[in-house]
Design a protein around this ligand. Sequence first.
Ligand code: A3P
Length: 302
Amino acid sequence: EQRLNWDGQRLIKYNGFWLLEVLFRPMLSAQNNFKAKDTDVILSTMPKSGTTWLKALTFSIANRRLFTIDQSPLLTSSPHTLVPSLEFNVYWEQENPDLSNIPSPRIFATHMPFNILPDSIRESDCKIIYICRNPLDQFVSHRHFLLENKIGKEADPLDVDEAFDMFCQGIHPCGPFWDHMLGYWKAHLENPGKVLFLKYEDLKEDITSQVKKIAEFMVFPFSPEEEEQGLIDHITRLCSFESLSNLAVNNTGNINGLVKNSSFFRKGQVGDWTNYLTPAMAERIKKLMDSKFGNSGLMFKI
Ligand code: A3P
């Protein structure tokens, strides 16, 4: 077992991945005890890749017949409360909580790599939605997030060159990023009805078509009447960065005393890395992606 610090975070290496030590025990509890139902939807992500956004969208899609938009629970509850994380909420304190009373479709999130997921997620008919993001933006977003929060912090943050160098060696929470992405990418290629693979940049570019795609994948497609009523637009507006980041519930409070709700909303832009990283760093990531992604078909525009 290898342990080390990345940007003040204690990491543990497990099954080829560097996991945040503070989330390790809850991840193992989830891995051992979570029993997926065929109707479940699991949102999988690396941190800072669009988890909060995807939570808000999938919650709104699945519950749109229960609440009108102006009564949406998203107006008064954080997306992280409505769609709990397996490791950071559900299994945080309890080894084997009773989840049987949660109404279907249950939606949970996780940062677990594909090969670490509970067997029942892979083996049941539940759906997995994965979202990832250009690694340069993910890295920059993560550094800001860590500066704001105290998640298992025990050392001062590294300077950007050192943290970036470790990132390129795959040493960062849930890293290596290429293995995290490729695990879900390959699962998606093998079984596209089981794993939907999304990119943050595609949602920024055309949210309407991505929301339709997500709804179809979740087997909650929008009817022509719903489309005519403008329901997709209502949902995309409610879940937009501008709307969510301005709600009081997302500006106050924290999760487990460690993570501020407000820290999930910073800029919400594509390409912010250019304000923090050099062209040489981008070149290094490009080469790394070329070699690691190879001819898998996975790529990011930089
Ligand atoms: P930035 O730090 O680049 O602004 P996660 O939800 O996985 O923790 O990712 C957080 C990142 O997504 C942050 O990126 C945050 O600002 C952005 N984000 C949060 N909510 C969003 C939304 N509704 N639309 C677009 N981006 C959002």
